[in-house]
Design a protein around this ligand. Structure first.
Ligand code: ZN
Length: 394
């Protein structure tokens, strides 16, 4: 089957914008980009780009498909039954894909549901984005995320916990370096898994060819994770100059997940979010803002992740994060690259997805008008005209 997106604006995903481009897709691959629409034979299913803009499929580097965006999602997960969580996960995957996100990295599921969703999507059983699953996140006993995590103490046990996730089929391993907002009785600024513990776990992941990510808010925990060899810092509330220069020097990615904090601050206790979570969120938010601005100015590589599934941070509304990145100092082009080309590097999939280039998988999203003129239109579901994943229209 051959499809051609004909004569229009193409956001390549590496910062380049092409005009009057025609993108040719055969089966699951992009095979050519031409600067003429002439000579296209009848065998092509032709889609005029018109006044719209063609993007590579968007990539969200941080979601939780099993979390439903309820006011206390960890509490919900701990109390609801497995079948209900699974069905919600299926719906969340469908909503995500419909919004133009063709690949997600799930950074912590429950009871292997994330791994099951990945398989169900790969085998065509259900519709959804390409999923890179983590299995259970690894935390210290009573650490952030423990109700859904694999609690582990001491380097040997963390090593074993990492091996367990890899054995179960995890694409990457997630660690919890500090406390956080959505678990009662932990503090975002406090270190949790130690340097020695993370070093052992990260070593196991890297031996197996897997990347690692860490929930990391406070400076001590971030530094411990960085020295232990972590590949990406998630949230990153309290970034110091030392942290920023380490991240730059060692090419560690920064995924600020602004939407997670934004929705908690906006909705607050009145919407049913636990008071302890709102209180912690409001304390850390200004530091987060400063850290993002400093990291961006210093040239740290920022990628898009939403933490979708946290309170009111609904699956399918992921592209709000692009507007929030712009509000924190990125240019619209930089923010869109953070959600495409750069995100593909975070996942180690830069040879397959992230840009509109010959040889890449045909993940393509046709967006109404030009989001570079009005970045906020992306958040509106009506802006997503067509979504193609693996060469097939959703
Ligand atoms: Zn998360």
């Amino acid at each position: 089957m051959k499809t051609a997106f004909v004569d229009g604006r193409v956001f390549v995903g590496n910062g380049t914008i092409m005009e009057h481009a025609t993108v040719i897709v055969e089966d699951s691959r992009i095979i050519d980009i031409q600067n003429t629409a002439q000579g296209l034979s009848q065998e092509f299913h032709q889609i005029p780009i018109g006044n719209d803009t063609l993007f590579p499929g968007f990539i969200d580097c941080h979601v939780h498909l099993t979390m439903d965006g309820s006011p206390d999602p960890i509490g919900t997960l701990a109390s609801e039954t497995l079948p209900i969580t699974t069905i919600k996960g299926v719906q969340n995957a469908q909503k995500t894909l419909a919004a133009g996100i063709t690949t997600v990295r799930d950074l912590g599921g429950k009871d292997g549901i994330d791994l099951g969703l990945r398989l169900a999507i790969e085998s065509g059983l259900i519709n959804g984005p390409r999923v890179l699953a983590s299995g259970r996140l690894i935390c210290m006993t009573g650490g952030h995320g423990w109700p859904i995590g694999r609690e582990a103490d001491g380097p040997d046990e963390v090593r074993r916990a990492a091996r367990e996730q890899i054995k179960a089929g995890a694409d990457q391993v997630k660690f919890m370096a500090t406390g956080g907002v959505l678990t009662a009785s932990v503090e975002p600024g406090c270190a949790q898994l130690t340097y020695e513990e993370m070093k052992a776990g990260i070593e196991e992941a890297h031996k197996a060819g897997k990347r690692t990510a860490t929930h990391a808010m406070g400076s001590h925990g971030i530094l411990a994770a960085l020295h232990a060899g972590i590949d990406s810092i998630e949230h990153g509330i309290y970034l110091t100059d030392e942290i920023i220069s380490f991240m730059k020097e060692h090419q560690v990615y920064y995924i600020p997940t602004i939407a997670a904090l934004y929705h908690i601050a906006n909705r607050g206790v009145a919407a049913g979010i636990p008071a302890w979570a709102v209180k912690k969120n409001n304390i850390v938010a200004p530091f987060h803002k400063e850290s993002i601005k400093k990291a961006h100015a210093a040239g740290v590589t920022i990628a898009m992740g939403t933490d979708a599934g946290t309170p009111f941070n609904y699956h399918g509304k992921n592209l709000l994060e692009i507007s929030l990145l712009v509000a924190h100092g990125l240019s619209p082009t930089e923010a869109l690259v953070a959600a495409t080309g750069t995100a593909s590097y975070v996942l180690g999939m830069e040879d397959k997805i992230g840009t509109v280039e010959p040889g890449k998988i045909a993940d393509l999203v046709l967006v109404k008008d030009n989001p570079l003129d009005d970045i906020d239109i992306l958040y509106n579901q009506d802006a997503i005209v067509r979504v193609m994943k693996n060469g097939i229209f959703v």
